[in-house]
Design a protein around this ligand. Structure first.
Ligand code: ADP
Ligand code: MG
Length: 246
């Protein structure tokens, strides 16, 4: 847990699902406060890689360290280690019968065992950070998809993670709601959050990413600064992918 060491260090990650070899020796290091943007064709292994970082999936082999904790060591308290890793998915997974505030408070009370008053204060602060302080008493169905996703982000950041993983956070949203979610992500990044983002929002990558990583067929094909990768991709597969999405 050195002050300036990498927050995420994944080495030689392989993942098999039965006979399917989905990750083929992936190395990914994410420095503190870095935003790494992960792109690649559908099925290239982006989600599986993210899920291996917090052990929603067990890699078949390789090593994963997050904030100095060996995530694959059987002696590691995995639930405690996961508290350092926030994750936001395409689907928001909010409890429909609980308000925005209730959803964020539940995480603090269940995961951190926080008392009601402290949880409420923290949850309100988190909702404020995603600009939903005035929607705290709304139920998910009374919120737009973009607002629901921002509640999901608030729920994750309330736990004060060391790194946030985003798996296509805006893919389920109507186009007019995407901007608000990306704006919140950008503010998080400016506040110094370490982030790994899987997304098709190339404008966001150009504006906010420190590094773009292109994956295909379970391997990293190339990586670099957004300007390099988008303007001057070195590999044919990267060129083909980028020309398709832009
Ligand atoms: P991406 O996020 O880049 O679209 P995924 O990581 O979701 O890719 O999937 C990579 C490959 O692994 C795909 O072929 C997918 O079908 C397969 N896969 C993902 N999860 C599972 C699973 N739980 N069981 C079997 N195959 C899976
Ligand atoms: Mg995916």
């Amino acid at each position: 847990m050195t002050a300036h060491g990498p927050i995420v260090e994944a080495r030689a990650i392989h993942k098999h699902f039965g006979h399917l070899h989905v990750l083929k020796g992936v190395d990914l290091t994410v420095a503190e406060k870095e935003l790494v943007f992960l792109i690649g064709p559908s099925g290239s292994g982006k989600s599986t890689l993210l899920r291996c970082l917090n052990r929603l999936e067990d890699p078949t082999s390789g090593t994963v360290t997050v904030d100095g904790i060996d995530m694959l060591d059987p002696k590691t308290d995995i639930n405690k280690a996961r508290q350092r890793i926030g994750m936001v998915f395409q689907s928001f997974n909010l409890y429909p019968h609980m308000t925005a505030l209730g959803n964020v408070m539940l995480a603090l009370r269940k995961v951190l065992g926080m008392g009601r008053a402290e949880a409420e204060a923290k949850a309100k602060a988190a909702l404020d950070r995603v600009h939903l302080a005035d929607r705290a008493d709304h139920y998910p169905l009374q919120l737009s998809g973009g607002q629901q996703q921002r509640v999901a982000i608030a729920r994750a950041i309330a736990l004060e993670p060391r790194v946030m993983l985003f798996d296509e956070p805006t893919s389920a949203l109507d186009p007019e709601l995407v901007g608000g979610v990306l704006a919140v992500m950008r503010e998080l990044r400016e506040d110094g959050m370490t982030m790994v983002v899987v997304s098709h929002e190339m404008g966001f990558a150009k504006a906010a990413a420190d590094r773009v990583v292109f994956m295909a067929d379970g391997a990293i094909v190339e990586e670099g600064k957004p300007a390099e990768i988008f303007a001057n991709p070195q590999h044919a597969r990267t060129r083909a992918f980028i020309s398709q999405i832009e």
